[in-house]
Design a protein around this ligand. Structure first.
Ligand SMILES: C[S@@+](CC[C@H](N)C(=O)[O-])C[C@H]1O[C@@H](n2cnc3c(N)ncnc32)[C@H](O)[C@@H]1O
Length: 337
């Protein structure tokens, strides 16, 4: 299945007064949110009264509608970040905080040719489409047809129809990408999948020299495998990896402080640039710390030590000195006497 979409992006649908078919986010006095699709003759009911959708149709965004029991609701069109968190999901979605990082750090720009896989629920797809714009190209490759169908539903609902830059393909990234893109013609490759290292050869084939590869992975073990395989491939510059943590703040009078709860982990991001063909990556001046790569002997021994993890071991002499310093101040019980 390959979908070559064309038509309006629905940008205008996101402006102006509320219309029939708009999705509207209602916030009640307790801050609870409800999303409704405006339909003629429909009502929004809770156990505390109702209002008619007609009370909103034709009103500007940011309107406050009052129901039959006097409860007020603030009405706004959902932002992309609101929509992504409330839309139907097949697979786990890329959270807005990571989508923002991906667009910026993979340098997704208007008019770019971008390939992403997998598509999952289409959350990242929508941020990529916004960034490449109507004049760009986004090829989204998903190997599970059910997920591709969920993604298409979410993307087309959000944009109010098909997006001219979007091409959705079914199949495995490595098979599909070399069919749809000539070697060296893709500006950016973005992978969100379990084993992105399996796709480095296909990625290197289609990426233009200087093109950006970005991967989003959930665990440190995936990150490590990917970094080592990129280095071993030889067609990529030294990878860079990071994670982002966002801590919301509570804003209430004098009680202005971080929120008590936060999302502690979503995933790690890694980027690397495609080298020109035939170029050998420059030798790294900073050598890896001794022991960063375990020797066969260490691996066979089955025990990890500080050196295996790239940490400097503490010398016996230094340790004795520290223990002595505590013993002198009576901070530590004297060793068994
Ligand atoms: C975590 S989901 C992607 C979520 C998506 N980025 C989003 O924001 O909604 C991972 C997806 O990758 C797909 N996938 C895994 N390996 C793939 C491959 N080699 N080619 C294409 N799709 C793949 C899976 O079927 C799954 O739908």
């Amino acid at each position: 299945m390959t979908t070559n979409s064309s038509g309006p992006t629905g940008a205008d649908l996101r402006r102006g007064p509320f219309r029939v078919g708009d999705k509207v986010q209602l916030t009640d006095p307790r801050g609870r949110m409800h999303t409704v699709e405006l339909k003629p003759g429909a009502t929004f009911h809770t156990h505390k009264g109702y209002f008619r959708h007609e009370d909103l149709i034709g009103r500007p965004e940011g309107w406050v509608v009052t129901n039959t029991a006097g409860v007020e609701y603030l009405a706004l069109r959902p932002l992309l970040s609101d929509y992504v968190l409330s839309m139907p999901r097949g697979a786990a979605v890329v959270y807005p905080k990571d989508a923002g990082q991906i667009v910026q750090m993979a340098d997704i720009y208007p008019g770019a040719v971008v390939v992403e896989a997998g598509v999952g629920s289409g959350a990242l797809t929508m941020s990529l489409l916004r960034a490449v714009g109507d004049g760009g190209t986004l090829h989204s490759i998903e190997r599970r047809d059910e997920f591709a169908a969920v993604a298409r539903g979410n993307v087309e609902t959000f944009f109010g129809g098909s997006h001219p830059a979007w091409h959705l393909h079914s199949g495995d990234f490595a098979d599909v990408v070399v069919r749809i893109a000539e070697p060296g013609t893709v500006d950016r490759v973005v992978l969100d999948m379990l084993a992105p290292w399996e796709n480095l050869d296909a990625t290197a084939t289609v990426l233009a020299p200087g093109g950006v590869f970005l991967a989003y992975v959930a665990t440190a073990t995936q990150l490590s495998r990917l970094a080592e395989d990129l280095r071993a491939d030889g067609r990529f510059a030294e990878p860079v990896a990071w994670e982002s943590m966002v801590r919301g703040w509570h804003l209430e009078g004098l009680a202005v402080r971080p929120q008590h709860r936060m999302i502690g982990h979503t995933g790690f991001l890694l980027t690397s640039r495609r080298l020109a063909d035939g170029v050998v990556p420059p030798e790294r001046k900073r050598r890896p710390a001794k022991g960063s790569y375990p020797t066969d002997a260490a691996e066979n021994a089955g025990e990890w030590n500080e050196e295996d993890l790239g940490e400097r071991p503490v010398s016996e002499k230094k340790l004795r000195k520290v223990v002595r310093s505590f013993a002198e101040t009576d901070a530590l019980p004297a060793p068994d006497a």
